[in-house]
Each structure stands twice: as C-alpha cells, then as structure tokens.
Design a protein around this ligand. Structure first.
Ligand code: SIN
Ligand code: CO
Length: 383
C-alpha cells in the first residue's frame, strides 16, 4: 500500500508516523480544491457547522478568537490581511472532501478525527502552536509557507493576552512553501506556523487518539452501565482490629482486587472502545433519513444495482471476538454471528462497499434488517 505521492505505508509508519515531519510534494498532482472560499464562508454562517475566525492583531489585542456561526456581513468587517477562517468537520458537509479520506485508509478508521479547512488572505495564520494530534496539511489552493520543527509541550512559553495557545520565542527548524497538491505531515507536539502567501485554502486531515482521561472515565462509566453498579460491596471481609479508625491494608487489597477483576474484562473493553471511537463528533452528523426504507426497499435497491455508501461523517469499525464480530457504527454496536460476520469487514473496508459481495450477504433477513436500520438511522444511504 502507498501514501498519496508514492511513499510506502510501511516506510511512513516506521519512519515518520508519530515521529517526525514529512513534506510530500505533489501528493495529489493537479489538485483542485473541492471547496471555495465563498463556500467556506457560507458554511461558517450555518448553525450546525463549527467554525472560528482568528485575527492576528484585533484592535491591538494579539491572536483573538471568534466562534461561529457568523452573520453573513461578518466577512465584510475583517481586516485586509492576517486573519484565518477555520471550518471543522468539512468531510461531513462536502462529499468531495469526504472522498479524500479514501486516500488515508492506511490509518485505521478509529484514529480518524475529521477534515478541517482553513481559508486565509495574505499573511493569515493561526499563529505558531503545536497540536496534540497527527495531521496531514494538504494545500488545496494558493500558497502557504510553513515554518516547523522542535518538540513543544505544556511548559513551552506562550503569548499572553490570547485565548489561543500561541508559542512565544519559538524558533522553527525548517521552512517550506506548499503549492496546491503538496502535503505536510506533522506528528503531535511539533511546533508549526503556516502563513498564507496569498489567498489560500489548506485542508487538515486530523487523527485523534484517546486520552488517558477518555480511557479511564469512558471505560469505567461504560462498566458501571453494564453491571449493577449501585449495589454496595457486600463481601468485604473484616478482621478484629484494635483501633476502629484504622483502614486495614487487607481492606485496600480487597478493593484493589475488586477493581482489577471488574476492569480486566477485555470483551467489554473492546465493546466500549468501538463505541467510543466511532461516536459522531456532534449530534448533527448522523440524522435519521428523511424517507425511511423497508427491508423490501433495501432488497429492491440492491437488486437494481444501486451503490450504498457511508454517510459523510459516519464512522465504521469492527472487532473480532471469539464467537462474534462486533460492528460499530456511529457509536452503536451490533453483534454479528455465523453467516453475518463477513458483513462487518465488508462495511468497514471503505465508503462504498462492494455491492456484489453485499448482495450475496443481503439474502439473509437479519443482514437486510441491519442494513435497513443503518440506512434509516442515517449512517448509510443509497446513491
Ligand atoms: C491552518 O490551516 O491555518 C492551521 C492548521 C494547523 O496549523 O493545524
Ligand atoms: Co496546527
């Protein structure tokens, strides 16, 4: 398997992923931006779209942040230069942007965050900073010059008087100017600053990883919902003790044992993780289909050769358990057994599952029922 631009996936994962930046010239030769500045401005006025404007010098205040949605006339009250518009979750709103993700399937679906777009006039940037996540910065229109390099962390000096985490006294190690189709990969923690040379659009294909906090609080909440967690521990063994105030080491051992025993359930860990990792970024992403379909409709559309595809913004993943395959779609789990198990692999392989294989599987009523449910909940649709 190869990355856009031809680098082998093995080499990229061994040498660069999570380790060091990589400039990929002409990763997408002849690239045409799937979205225009006007379309981005239009999206930033929509209630359901997450958008921000960053202004470098906002009436004397450094690096000010304004959150959308914006009134349409907001864009006529911006400085001539040195500002940036950011639109989050663009893969959900623009199908051609969602299709770009098909070039990044060498990273598992559960790692994907979203595609963000930035538009900036000359001089525009979001300031020197570092991110906690891996990102491919794809130049979509115009030119942007990236200064990058150097490991940063929470102790790195920051500019005061801004709500953004802007690095102060940061010295980049490298500078490159990206043209449309060029791409820069940055691992987490590397300082970077991308300044627009002219009107430019950059797409950030972002990948997330769970934090320790997500893991601990998410999994324990899930465990509590699976067991009857409100019942007091009843079998804590007491030994005679001379001081009633003492909490004996033996009691701590017993609590420790209980925690370890409860947490050691790998099956539940896998089920929680699949649901967590495929959960939609917000409630507007997966909305029930306007016209519901019946199982007969699904059968007919498959017979007519219609292509099924993921809703833009939907997340699919699966995990093979001993006797079952757990399919995760948009934060829900479906346990597949027997003849149904190949469905998980087929649905998760890419945005447009192979319809010949799907047609063979969909002769099974349970599978047809599941497809029908996924269409009606808005995770899949027929093109
Ligand atoms: C941008 O596209 O201007 C900012 C993206 C980033 O630095 O993460
Ligand atoms: Co960044």
């Amino acid at each position: 398997m190869k990355l856009p631009g031809g680098l082998s996936v093995t080499e990229f994962l061994q040498e660069y992923w999570q380790k060091k930046p990589k400039v990929i010239r002409q990763a997408f030769p002849g690239f045409q931006s799937p979205v225009s500045a006007e379309e981005l401005a239009g999206l930033a006025c929509e209630e359901a779209v997450e958008s921000r404007i960053v202004i470098e010098d906002d009436g004397g205040k450094p690096w000010q942040l304004h959150n959308g949605p914006f009134p349409p006339d907001r864009f006529s009250h911006l400085p001539e230069s040195h500002w940036t518009l950011l639109v989050q979750g663009l893969d959900h709103w623009v199908p051609d942007v969602a299709d770009l993700l098909n070039h990044f399937r060498f990273i598992p679906n559960w790692r994907l965050d979203d595609i963000m777009a930035s538009y900036a006039p000359v001089g525009g940037s979001v300031g020197p900073h570092f991110d906690q996540y891996d990102v491919f910065l794809l130049q979509a229109e115009g030119q942007r010059t990236w200064h990058f390099g150097g490991r940063c962390d929470e102790t790195s000096p920051r500019v005061e008087g801004t709500p953004l985490r802007i690095l102060k006294d940061w010295a980049p190690e490298e500078t490159v100017t990206l043209n449309p189709g060029d791409m820069l990969y940055l691992p987490p923690g590397i300082g970077h600053h991308g300044i627009a040379d002219n009107d430019c659009i950059t797409l950030s294909i972002g990948f997330r990883a769970p934090t320790v906090d997500d893991l601990l609080t998410g999994f324990t909440d899930f465990l509590s919902s699976q067991h009857d967690a409100s019942v007091p521990l009843s079998n804590l063994q007491l030994d005679e003790q001379s001081n009633p105030g003492a909490i004996s080491p033996d009691i701590i051992d017993q609590l420790d044992h209980k925690i370890r025993e409860t947490m050691a359930d790998k099956r539940l860990l896998a089920l929680w993780f699949g649901q967590y990792a495929t959960a939609p970024k917000n409630l507007d992403i997966v909305v029930p289909a306007e016209e519901t379909v019946s199982e007969d409709d699904v059968e007919q559309m498959i017979a007519e050769g219609a292509q099924i595809r993921w809703n833009e913004g939907s997340r699919f993943a699966y995990h093979e358990l001993e006797d079952t395959t757990a399919l995760f779609v948009d934060g829900e789990q479906y346990l597949l057994r027997g003849d149904a198990t190949p469905l998980a692999q087929l649905l998760c392989a890419g945005t447009e599952p192979d319809m010949t294989e799907l047609a063979a599987l969909a002769s099974d009523d349970a599978i047809k029922g599941l497809l029908c449910r996924l269409v009606n909940q808005g995770s899949l649709y027929f093109e």
